[in-house]
Design a protein. Structure first.
Length: 224
């Protein structure tokens, strides 16, 4: 997102006059000088200081929003990629159901007879059963046709991790019974500079570079 505010250092308020003591022979002249200084120097200086404080607060808000947007985009992309990968793997690996077979959780099998064009996912381990998946809701769940994404393949648990300063650093999740983590590294300004996703033995690293004005210059990603 484009930023409208930038952080600035406040300027010291000048204070080169003092309140004249009562009884001073030149009290009237000194008092007038004091009032003029208050109106012409201090009031504008305090107004400028207030504006700097406001601008700095808005700049911090924008940076926090940008960091949140970048994090949400990274999480959404990571989740979508995992779901697509899972669906692709499971659909391509689906096999016919065999009576009396042994099936583990997350194994995919075709239905039989009138349900032959439908996919089912094993939700509870089953062995030695002669009941086909479409008739065995205790062990199997219908997930759609041959190319549909399993609607239950989203995250089943999430844990947010924060550092000693209360800053979000990591999301630990459980997806399809497999543990994973998304780790966020931020710079001194609080902007995310690296997002590392670990899941199913693969690590995706996204590095974010910024321009001098704080806008995003480029994002690069590698998978190993």
């Amino acid at each position: 997102m484009a930023t409208l505010y930038e952080i600035k250092l406040p300027v010291a308020v000048p204070n080169n006059v003092t309140l004249p003591p009562v009884g001073n022979p030149t009290f009237a002249g000194l008092a007038l000088k004091y009032v003029n200084h208050w109106v012409n120097v201090w009031v504008p200086a305090f107004n400028d200081l207030n504006q700097v404080v406001y601008n700095n607060a808005k700049a911090a808000e924008e940076r926090a929003q940008a960091a949140g947007d970048a994090l949400n985009a990274a999480l959404a992309a990571a989740t979508a990629a995992k779901q697509a990968q899972f669906a692709s793997e499971q659909v391509s690996g689906a096999k016919p159901w065999v009576p009396g077979g042994t099936y583990a959780v997350d194994e995919m099998r075709w239905g039989t007879e009138g349900s032959a064009g439908q996919l089912f996912r094993c939700t509870v381990p089953v062995s030695g059963s002669n009941t086909p998946p479409q008739d065995d809701a205790a062990h199997w769940k219908f997930v759609g046709a041959t190319t549909s994404v399993d609607p239950t393949s989203g995250p089943t648990s999430q844990v947010m991790v924060y550092d000693a300063n209360g800053e979000f650093t990591q999301e630990q999740f459980m997806l399809n019974g497999r543990a994973g983590a998304i780790t966020i590294t931020c710079n001194a300004a609080g902007d995310p500079v690296k997002v590392v996703t670990d899941y199913q033995g693969l690590t995706r690293t996204e590095v974010v570079e910024y321009n001098a004005d704080g806008t995003i210059k480029r994002v690069t990603a590698t998978v190993v």
